[in-house]
Design a protein around this ligand. Structure first.
Ligand code: OFO
Length: 171
């Protein structure tokens, strides 16, 4: 059984993950609108993954007999200056999510909530991967600069990303 503070914190994290989903759905729309379908695909996959992250927390609350208290999702931006700007904002946002997860882990430690502490390890590893992916794309975008050919090549690469539901990954 979860303590009240932990229930509240996990419900808040569901909101953070759903905002992430909303942000990346918005970015997918932005990339579509400037003709970069590969970037749009990458963001659409990210949107779906964030929804999975929220659902994993949601299901955890249910498995602990906790209630679900959904909060208002903020409106994300809908326009960015460039692909590089969008990915810099993505990295910044993921760094914020990493901090949120770290705070949840700190709370689990404070409350001696071993089950939640254990559950959160998946998110710690996921955040390392998320930040690394963003940094790699930022490096590539910085490398090609304003070259249309370069952006086109990155767009083709990002078009290859496929969504794999968490359930198929066995987590
Ligand atoms: Fe983008 O990461 Fe969720 O947790």
């Amino acid at each position: 059984m979860l303590k009240e503070r932990m229930k509240e914190a996990i419900n808040k994290q569901i909101n953070e993950e759903l905002y992430s989903a909303y942000l990346y759905l918005s970015m997918s729309g932005y990339f579509n609108s400037i003709g970069l379908k590969g970037f749009a695909n990458w963001m659409m996959v990210q949107y779906k993954e964030e929804t999975d992250h929220a659902m994993k927390l949601y299901n955890y609350l249910l498995s602990q007999g906790s209630d679900i208290k959904l909060l208002t999702i903020n409106e994300p931006p809908h326009i960015w200056d460039s692909p590089l700007h969008a990915f810099e904002e993505t990295l910044k946002h993921e760094q914020h999510i990493t901090e949120c997860i770290n705070e949840l882990v700190d709370l689990a430690e404070e409350l001696k909530d071993r089950a939640t502490y254990n559950f959160l390890q998946w998110y710690i590893n996921e955040q390392v991967e998320e930040e690394e992916n963003d940094r790699e794309i930022i490096d590539k975008l910085n490398f090609v600069g304003d070259s249309k050919n370069g952006i086109f090549m990155i767009d083709n690469e990002l078009a290859q990303r496929k969504y794999v539901p968490l359930i198929q990954e066995g987590v």
